[in-house]
Design a protein around this ligand. Structure first.
Ligand code: SAJ
Length: 405
C-alpha cells in the first residue's frame, strides 16, 4: 500500500510518521522546499516529543520520502492549513490547491481523506471539484472527513489513542476510512457522515472557546469586585459537577481562536453565543494591555519615568514553543508600539524565532525591569525568583512563586 500525505505540518507529519511506522510507504508532499529537505534529512521543523525519532527511522528505512509534488497512491490524506481571512471567513485556498494537485493522480479505488479543519460541506464540495475534472471517477473512489484532535506537545500519543470520528460521503467510504485508520490508531472509530464529522471538529473547539470565555469574563468581573479569580474558580470547582476553566491573557493557537469562526461564518443568525465568546476572548487581550498600561502610568507618576516592562512568555500557551495567534506576542507588540521598553523572555522560543525577536533570559528580563508581567505559565517561571521591589502583574496564575529581596 502507498499513502500520500499532503501537508507535512503539526498534523500531517505525525500521521506520516505513524503510518510509515507500520511498514506502509508514505509519500509526503509539502509546498515548502525547506520543510521537504529537513524531513528527507531525518529531522523535523518544529518541536514535538518523539516525532523526530520516528521521522528519522522512517526516512532511513526508506518508508517515508518527502516531495513537493504528489504522485499516484492508494490513500491520499489532505492535512493542510485552513486559516481565517481578515473578515474571519475561512480561507480554503490551501485545501482547494491540495485537492487540485492530486486530481491528475487519482485512480479508481482510491481513498481520499480530508483531515484539515473546515466548514460543514467542504468534503462534499471537494468531491464535486474532483468529478468536474475527472467525471469517469464517479462512484469509484472513496472520500471521508476525519478530523484530528491532538494536543500539541502530546501529538503522537493522542494520534494513536484518541477516538476518531470518521465521516464518509457514503457508508462504504466511512468503512474504508475506518479500516485504514485501524492500522495505526488504537482509539475507537465512530462512523458518521462527512457533514456531522466536519461540524464535530468545529464544536469541540468552539465549546472550549465558550468555556474559556466564561473564565475570562469572570476574571474581568473579579478584578472589579476585588476577588481573587483563581481562588474563586478553585472553590467553585469543588462542586462535583462544576469545571470552570482558567482565565488567561486571551485565546491563541491555530485552532480554538480560529475554528469557532467557521461556524459563525456558516450560521451567522444562529451562532450568537459562539460569536460572543470569540468577542470576549479577544477583548480579554485588550483588557490585559489596559491593566498593564494603568499600572505603568501609576509607576510613571511616582517615579517620573516610564517603567521597563518584562513580558514573561510569548507563546500561545504554556510549555509549547508555538507563537501562532499568540495573545502574549500581541500584548508585547502593543506595549512596544505604545513606547514602552519591553524585555521579553520565553525559554521555549527556539532559535529560528529568536532571530526576529530580541529574547532575554527570564533572569535578565526580571533584573532589568521595573514591572514583571507574567503572560504565559511556562513551568520554568514557577521557581523564578522576583525581587520584592518589582511590580508583578500575573495573568496566568503563576503567582505561587515567592518574591525575594
Ligand atoms: N486557554 C485558556 N484557558 C484554559 C485553556 C486554554 O486561556 O483553561 C487558552 C490557551 O492559553 C491557548 C488557547 O486557550 O491560548 C488554546 O489552548 P488549548 O490548550 O485549549 O488548545 P490547543 O489549541 O492547543 O488545542 C486544541 C485542543 N482542542 C480541545 O482541547 C477541544 C486539541 O485537542 C485540538 O486537537 C486542537 O485544538 C486542534 O488542533 O484543533
Amino acid at each position: 500500500m502507498k499513502v500520500s500525505v499532503i501537508g507535512l505540518g503539526y498534523i500531517g507529519l505525525p500521521a506520516a510518521a505513524l503510518i510509515s511506522g507500520k511498514g506502509i510507504f508514505v509519500h509526503g508532499v509539502d509546498i515548502n522546499e525547506k520543510i521537504v529537505g529537513t524531513i528527507n534529512s531525518g529531522r523535523i521543523h518544529f518541536i514535538e516529543p518523539e516525532l523526530e525519532g520516528l521521522i528519522h527511522h522512517a526516512v532511513s528505512n526508506k518508508l517515508l520520502i518527502a516531495d513537493t509534488k504528489p504522485s499516484e497512491a492508494d490513500v491520499f490524506i489532505v492535512s493542510v492549513p485552513t486559516p481565517i481571512l481578515a473578515d474571519n471567513s475561512p480561507d480554503l485556498s490551501y485545501v482547494e490547491k491540495a485537492i487540485g494537485s492530486i486530481i491528475p493522480y487519482l485512480q479508481k479505488g482510491n481513498l481520499l481523506i480530508l483531515e484539515s479543519t473546515c466548514p460543514v460541506g467542504t468534503t462534499e464540495r471537494m468531491v464535486e471539484m474532483i468529478l468536474t475534472k475527472r467525471p469517469e471517477l464517479k462512484g469509484s473512489f472513496f472520500a471521508a472527513y476525519c478530523p484530528e484532535r491532538v494536543l500539541p506537545g502530546n501529538i503522537i500519543h493522542e494520534l494513536i489513542n484518541n477516538d476518531r470520528v470518521i465521516g464518509g460521503v457514503d457508508k462504504t467510504s466511512s468503512e474504508k476510512a475506518a479500516d485504514f485508520y485501524r492500522q495505526f490508531v488504537n482509539g475507537n472509530m465512530h462512523l458518521t457522515d462527512s457533514r456531522t464529522a466536519e461540524m464535530c471538529k468545529l464544536v469541540e473547539n468552539a465549546s472550549r472557546d465558550v468555556s474559556i470565555a466564561f473564565a475570562n469574563e469572570l476574571s474581568m468581573i473579579c478584578q472589579r469586585a476585588g476577588i481573587n479569580t483563581n481562588e474563586l474558580i478553585e472553590l467553585a470547582n469543588k462542586h462535583p459537577r462544576v469545571n470552570i476553566l482558567k482565565p488567561g491573557p486571551g485565546v491563541g493557537g491555530h485552532c480554538i481562536a480560529i475554528d469557532p469562526w467557521f461556524i459563525v461564518d456558516s450560521f451567522p443568525e444562529e451562532a450568537k453565543l459562539i460569536r460572543q465568546a470569540r468577542e470576549v476572548n479577544m477583548s480579554k487581550t485588550e483588557w490585559v494591555i489596559e491593566k498593564i498600561s494603568e499600572e505603568a502610568k501609576r509607576f510613571e507618576n511616582a517615579a517620573g519615568k516610564k517603567p521597563v516592562i518584562a513580558c514573561m512568555g510569548l507563546t500561545y500557551k504554556a510549555d509549547v514553543d508555538d507563537i501562532r495567534e499568540s495573545p502574549a506576542m500581541e500584548i508585547k507588540n502593543q506595549l512596544e508600539r505604545s513606547g514602552f521598553s519591553v524585555k521579553a523572555a520565553d525559554p521555549l522560543i527556539t532559535n529560528g524565532i529568536k532571530e526576529t525577536i530580541k529574547i532575554f533570559t527570564p533572569e535578565e528580563s526580571v533584573s532589568q525591569a521595573d514591572m514583571v508581567v507574567f503572560l504565559v505559565g511556562h513551568k520554568q517561571f514557577r521557581s523564578l525568583p522576583v525581587p520584592a521591589n518589582k511590580i508583578i502583574l500575573d495573568f496566568c496564575n503563576i503567582n505561587h512563586q515567592k518574591s525575594i529581596l
